[in-house]
Structures are given as C-alpha cells and as structure tokens.
Design a protein around this ligand. Structure first.
Ligand code: 13P
Length: 359
C-alpha cells in the first residue's frame, strides 16, 4: 500500500472549497429518473446526459472529483474523446462506484445489505489501469421502531470495511458511505441516535480491517428528521445535531467528510452544509465537504429533458448548484444566491427526489 498516494489523493478530494459530484447512478436508477421526465431510457441518452455534465464549463472550479459508474467510465463524448480525458483535462479526479447495489437481507424484512465484494480485487485492478483514483461503496439503513437491526448495521459495516481495505491495497482512496435514509416519520433525535450507532460500528470495522484513516473519505448522511416527521428543524439545529454526532465518532485522522444529499432539495442541502461551516469550521479536525448526486444534478436534469436545445441552460443550472455548494464550504452561501441567479430556469432545484432504491 502506498500511504503517500492515498493520503495525497484523499486530501486533494477535500482541499480548498471544492467537493465531489456523484454521477454514479446505475443504469436502472438513471433510467428511473429519466422515465419520470419522459427521457428515453437508452444507453445513448445516459451517455448524452453524462457528456452534458462533464463538459459543463468551469466544472473543475467547484468539483474536485467525479464518481462514475461502470458504464460511464468506459464512455466517450460524441466526438470520441474518452470521458476520463475530459475529466482529467478539467483538473478533476476520476472515481468509480464499485458496489453492485443492495439486496434484501435474508431474515430481515425491509433491510438491505450491499453486495460487490466478490471479484472486487480484480475489478479494482482494471479501474486503476483505466485511471480511477478513488472508489465508492454505499450501504443503506432504514430507520424504524426496530430498524436498523444490529445485524444489518454489522453486516454493512463489515462490507464497507472490507471494501475499503481492498481499495487501499490497490492504491485507491475509499469513499465510505453508510447512509441512514430520510424516509419515515422519525425525529431528528432518532436519526442522530442511529447515525451515531452506525458510524461507531463502521469505524470499529475499519479499524479491524486495518484501513488507514488518513487515506479515506467518509460520506455520511446529515442528521435530519424523517421526511414525514411533523417537526422539521431549521438549518442551524440540523447543523448542530450533525456536527455533534460526527465529533463523537469520526476520528480526527480522517481528512474529510463529504455528505451525500440523500434526496434533499438542492437549496436546503447547500444551506445546511453552509450552516455547519459557518458555525463550526474553525473547530473541526476534518474538512466538511459535499459529495452530492441529486442535489447538484436534478435541477439540470429537469431542464435538459433529453433535448439538445436545452444543454446550455441545463449546464448553467448544474454549474449554479456546484457554485452554491462551493460557497457552502466557505460558509458564504446565502439564499440570495438562488434569487439573484440569471443562469437557470425558474423553480429549478426545489424538488425533493428521494427513494430507497436510488442507485
Ligand atoms: P445523493 O446526493 O443523490 O444522495 O447521491 C450521492 C451518492 O453518491 C449516493 O450514493
């Protein structure tokens, strides 16, 4: 294992005020999102969508790394330029999702375990050869009266840790993503309790599997009330609850925490990240960054609708969300950024788009 390569890559991913962009939806998930907007569910439409994203002018000003899917890492622009060349020419680090999605957990109704360890060493070798420098593995845990079960937390934490160890062996920085889902009517306090338990277990397993904390990035959920919980706390309360939880369980050796958006509206995800950086940045051992998928992509997808004529306004909407999140890292995001903008269609960015089966 080359510790310096790993630490350098991990630090690069969370350096300054940039963050990660997740465009690693599986074909199935991408098709589901397309279907909702009447976009054809074809390989060509997925390729065109990813070309639109990756050729957004100035993307590298706000985005440090892009997470790709197996289909996407092998694709090219219409003119034949490999996406990997487009990404590296923009000064962005390419990464790859290596889990193969969630399966129902046997004996555990409504719980899932993420698959993909079989053959992972060989797959990582191929991705490294192609140019990937970091990877991602997502585990999902639903919240309910008796959920998540101890066995679901342990099984997913162990898989995350075994994945992370294999990545580091290959010289690839693991993004470790245990996601406590927003679906349900649970309170913010319950989400905090579950998130703390999950992260504590994940770090125990990372230790057991000898994962070098300096060479990884944590990608957690923010601590939020369930989507249908009657009480929805404000951004400052969410910021407090999230940072309190992370300070308890994330070792200082981890260089950065890059949140998933989990289906939050884009503006709210930016406002919450901003509040964390405004209130706590100077007192934190790790960087607080973003690794958003929907919260950056969705407004642009709504504008694009699969039509070539909409590429420029869609890219402007994508760029806008990326810039809002860069500002959130600095602690300078303001709701006025959404109003003053002249670069996207009215209403873009305000939709919630959540579901368990999002990958
Ligand atoms: P969202 O920000 O849409 O949750 O996606 C991030 C991601 O990579 C989930 O695996």
């Amino acid at each position: 294992m080359n510790a310096k390569v790993l630490t350098d890559t991990a630090r690069t991913l969370v350096a300054g005020d940039k963050g990660l962009l997740a465009i690693d939806e599986s074909d199935h998930t991408c098709n589901e999102r397309f279907a909702g907007l009447g976009i054809p569910r074809t390989t060509e439409a997925r390729r065109a969508w990813r070309e639109l994203i990756l050729t957004t002018p100035g993307l590298g000003d706000c985005i440090s790394g892009v997470i790709l899917y197996d289909e996407t890492i092998r694709q090219q622009k219409k003119d034949g330029t490999p996406f990997l060349t487009v990404i590296t020419d923009a000064g962005i680090v390419p990464g790859i999702k290596v889990d193969i999605g969630e399966s129902d957990m046997a004996g555990h109704p409504a719980e899932f375990v993420t698959e993909g360890l079989d053959g992972l060493r060989a797959r990582l070798e191929e991705y490294v050869h192609m140019g990937a420098r970091f990877a991602k593995w997502r585990a999902v845990m639903a919240v309910g009266d008796d959920l998540p079960s101890r066995s679901c937390i342990e099984a997913n934490a162990q898989a995350l840790a075994r994945y992370a160890a294999l990545c580091q062996e290959a010289g690839v920085v693991p993004i470790v993503e245990p996601e406590v889902l927003m679906d349900g009517d649970h309170t913010l306090a319950r989400c905090a309790e579950v998130t703390e338990d999950v992260l504590r277990t994940v770090f125990e397993h990372l230790y057991l599997q000898r994962v070098m904390l300096e060479g990884m990035i944590l990608k957690p959920n923010m601590v939020l009330p369930g989507l249908t919980c009657p009480r929805q706390e404000g951004v400052d309360e969410v910021a407090d609850a999230t940072v309190t939880c992370l300070l308890r369980v994330v070792p200082a050796a981890v260089p950065g925490i890059a949140f998933l958006s989990g289906g939050q509206p884009g503006e709210l995800a930016s406002a919450r990240l901003n509040a964390m950086n405004v209130r706590f940045k100077s007192r934190l051992p790790w960087a607080l960054a973003f690794s958003f998928g929907r919260a950056i992509q969705y407004p642009a997808l709504q504008i694009w609708q699969g039509h070539e004529a909409n590429i420029v306004p869609a890219q402007q909407a994508l760029s806008h969300r990326a810039r809002c999140n860069r500002a959130a890292r600095r602690g300078t995001y303001d709701a006025a950024m959404e109003i003053d903008r002249t670069d996207s269609a009215p209403g873009a960015g305000s939709s919630v788009n959540h579901a368990v089966s999002t990958r």
